[in-house]
Design a protein around this ligand. Structure first.
Ligand SMILES: C[S@@+](CC[C@H](N)C(=O)[O-])C[C@H]1O[C@@H](n2cnc3c(N)ncnc32)[C@H](O)[C@@H]1O
Length: 308
């Protein structure tokens, strides 16, 4: 039985004991013990209620600063800890759950809507059944990407993404420039590293130099809800030992970013990260994404990182 159920049962017991007066002297000892258990359970219940109220208040403060949106990322740890150090993890869990609900609402469409859409077409015969359609609906391939699943798989394997060139400038080191126009929503390439669980990634991260560590990309979760990581700390991966892949060379910009990373599962079940263009990108434009870090993300150590 859950602790909360125990608390409820014990407080019911307290209520019933409060209304009883024992006439049997041999009952004295056991009744006292039962009352004491019930009292402490009731106290526990009151404490749990206080904790819940504090949590709700902290969550309201958080969403005021970082509203739940369809596209946005979860509030970062620093903001959650600022809002409430003791609830920071729980705040995160509540926020992503709310976003998941929002996303599900967004993709949901009813039989009624489909039926109206079909009837608006004005078809007179051979009309698809709205009920059957809703029942059989599956997202088409990669939903909002302009490449189909087969192509993504092939390009991930060959690493022959088109329209990209590596450059080097004094300030940022290497970077990636577009040599063709990309349209918003297009898959630009994959962040090609060894995909491992986030905890494996963290342990590698703690053993490699800071310079190599920036090439380990932690993504929130794969399609099965597992926290994952793409480890590209070596310049070349095992599957392409003779070529540097592009993903690990993209520089950061919060304001000028034109890509966003997205977890994607190939048809063979392999998890990868793809980068999607967030706007139309012109030839010669640098490809940039928001690393999602701030100087304070480095717990003080990043204060001299001028690029963050
Ligand atoms: C993932 S790497 C990107 C590729 C890197 N420029 C290289 O030559 O390997 C991240 C590193 O690039 C540099 N970097 C990224 N964005 C930058 C920016 N906007 N300005 C300056 N340096 C940047 C930082 O040194 C950072 O640690």
């Amino acid at each position: 039985m859950k602790q909360a159920d125990n608390v409820v049962r014990a407080s019911q017991l307290l209520d019933s004991l409060a209304g009883q007066t024992s006439t049997d002297p041999s009952d004295g000892e056991s009744s006292r013990a039962a009352r004491s258990i019930a009292r402490s359970a009731a106290q526990q219940k009151a404490e749990m209620t206080d904790v819940q109220t504090d949590f709700e208040a902290a969550y309201s403060r958080l969403v005021e600063q970082h509203p739940v949106t369809l596209e946005g990322g979860a509030p970062d740890k620093a903001l959650r800890a600022d809002t409430s150090p003791s609830f920071q993890r729980k705040l995160y869990e509540r926020w992503v759950k709310a976003q998941m609900k929002l996303r599900k609402q967004h993709i949901h469409y009813s039989e009624e809507k489909v039926s109206k859409w079909i009837s608006d077409r004005g078809w007179r015969s051979n009309i698809p059944s709205a009920a059957q359609f809703v029942d059989e609906w599956k997202p088409h391939g990669s939903v909002d990407t302009a490449l189909d699943a087969k192509q993504i798989r092939r390009l991930t394997r060959t690493q022959r993404w088109k329209g990209l060139i590596v450059t080097e400038d004094g300030g940022k080191g290497k970077g990636v420039i577009a040599t063709r126009r990309f349209l918003a929503g297009e898959v630009v390439w994959d962040y090609h590293g060894q995909v491992v669980t986030a905890s494996e990634g963290h342990s590698t991260h703690s053993t490699v130099s800071a310079e190599d560590g920036v090439h380990i990309f932690f993504f929130f979760e794969n399609m099965n809800g597992q926290a994952m990581c793409s480890d590209a700390h070596s310049p070349c991966c095992e599957c392409h030992p003779d070529r540097q892949t592009f993903g690990r060379l993209i520089n950061h910009s919060r304001k000028r970013c034109n890509l966003r990373p997205r977890a994607y599962t190939l048809q063979n079940g392999v998890d990868i990260i793809i980068f999607l263009a967030t706007k139309n990108i012109n030839e010669n434009e640098e490809l940039l994404f928001d690393y999602g870090v701030e100087r304070r993300s480095f717990i003080g150590k990043g204060l001299n990182l001028l690029w963050v």
